[in-house]
Design a protein around this ligand. Structure first.
Ligand SMILES: [Fe+2]
Length: 439
């Protein structure tokens, strides 16, 4: 039993729930999602008679261990379970397809009960909160989950409430305490299933960090965060399937994609609330280049400041993320690619400030050390680059995550999570554990 299996189970449960809500009737996609859930349950219970998943204080726990990353990714699942007063789920080895599907239906409110004697049982275990490995859920993580949910809400309800989105942004401001470093770490979360949503949240976090760095006031930073979170909202309202298809886009898909700036601006203007005009401008202009290229045409007019800023962050997050048709690149490589477009694609002054903020090894970078260990850069207290060892020289996970200071000659190579064979979620878990242990 591992935390990764716990997370995979929750992901599968989340997908079945989403399918049930969207299709309502049984269809092949739903059947496939249930099959994946059965497989995930098998992996989760392998080698034990039963496994208990609990929900307490805004987090999932697998037996007693907190699943911090999954609590962010599947925050809506967490909230749904909380709403239905589900505190624990016991999954027996050999859990049946039917019981697992019933669990998903119960969680999303499509059924009201599970048999007490089934292979999946709800609330049959009363784990005292004090038994759990409680770590405070970082405010930033919670806000990350809330903002993913806000975008899922726009998709599901086709309505946009700017006030609600702003309150999510306020959560970020409170959660990061104005420290861009922790935002940079969170922005290394890249999920493959909901690319647009994770991308939007990352662009929001990094844009606000850069906004603070260039001296914007808190009020301006809020509106920048709102605009950044919604920059691709046009993608949420156009055909998602076209945008997430594997491989290159067909001409038709491409035409569809090119409409997302206008679609987004229209959706924002149709909503009401503070920051509407700024956000609509960013949605409309974030693919316009400094030389007037890109799309749509602004007929010679330059994009506004927020649009130019978000365009840089948008490109940075896209380059450092894995896409079905190309691999991700390291933060340093991404900064180099951006520099090639200074003045033509991007605003050169803002770009220079962005590179200055990111530093040589931005938080979230993975470094291979000369001894063979792998460490992830975390926000340091002073000028020195601090990192947490996430992989020992022999390839094993560290028994206790430990913090080191990285000197100038200490880096053998920069790596990507894929290259290191490490799941970004488990990286964040390790970094959080280390932080918690130090307090
Ligand atoms: Fe876009």
């Amino acid at each position: 039993m591992s935390e990764l299996n716990g997370r995979n189970f929750l992901r599968a449960l989340f997908h079945v729930g989403q399918r049930m809500l969207r299709s309502g009737v049984s269809d092949q996609l739903l059947e496939d999602a249930i099959t994946a859930l059965v497989d995930a349950a098998k992996m989760l219970t392998a080698g034990s008679e039963e496994v208990v998943l609990s929900v307490a204080r805004d987090a999932f726990y697998l037996d007693r261990k907190m699943l911090a990353h999954a609590s962010t990714e599947f925050h809506s699942l967490l909230k749904a379970m909380d709403r239905r007063k589900i505190d624990s789920v016991t999954i027996l080895s050999g859990a049946t397809r039917r019981d697992l599907a019933d669990l998903a239906a119960l969680v999303v409110g499509k059924s009201s009960d599970l048999p007490a004697e089934g292979t999946v049982r709800v609330n049959d275990r009363a784990l005292a909160v004090s038994d759990l490995d409680m770590r405070p859920m970082s405010g930033l993580r919670k806000s990350y989950g809330d903002s993913l949910d806000a975008l899922r809400g726009v998709r599901d309800t086709r309505t946009l409430q700017l006030g609600e989105v702003l309150s999510v942004v306020d959560g970020f401001i409170a959660g990061s305490g104005g420290d861009p470093g922790s935002s940079l770490i969170m922005a290394t979360v890249h999920n493959h299933d909901e690319i647009t949503y994770y991308h939007s949240v990352n662009v929001c976090l990094l844009s606000m960090a850069l906004g603070r760095f260039i001296g914007l006031s808190t009020d301006q930073t809020r509106l920048l965060g709102l605009s950044a979170l919604l920059h691709d909202v046009g993608r949420v309202v156009v055909d998602e399937a076209a945008l997430q298809r594997d491989g290159r886009l067909s001409n038709e898909d491409w035409a569809q994609v090119r409409l997302h700036p206008q679609e987004g601006a229209l959706a924002i203007m149709a909503a009401s609330g503070p920051g509407q005009e700024l956000a609509a401008a960013v949605a409309l202009e974030h693919h316009v280049r400094m030389d007037g290229g890109g799309y749509p045409s602004l007929e010679g007019r330059h994009p506004a400041l927020f649009s130019r800023l978000v365009a840089i962050i948008d490109a940075y997050d896209a380059i450092t993320s894995h896409r079905p048709y190309r691999p991700a690149r390291t933060p340093n490589e991404a900064l180099r690619v951006l520099l090639e477009g200074a003045g033509t694609i991007h605003d050169p002054d803002l770009l220079r400030l962005f590179i200055e903020m990111m530093g040589h090894y931005p938080p979230g970078s993975l470094l291979r050390l000369p001894g063979g260990e792998v460490a992830m850069v975390v926000p340091g207290e002073d000028e020195a680059v601090a990192a947490v060892v996430v992989r020992e020289a022999d390839g094993g996970s560290p028994a206790q995550p430990r913090r080191i200071v990285v000197g100038a000659g200490d880096v053998a190579a920069q790596l990507l999570p894929d290259e290191a064979g490490i799941d970004p979620g488990s990286l964040l878990e390790l970094v959080e554990q280390e932080e918690h242990a130090r307090r």
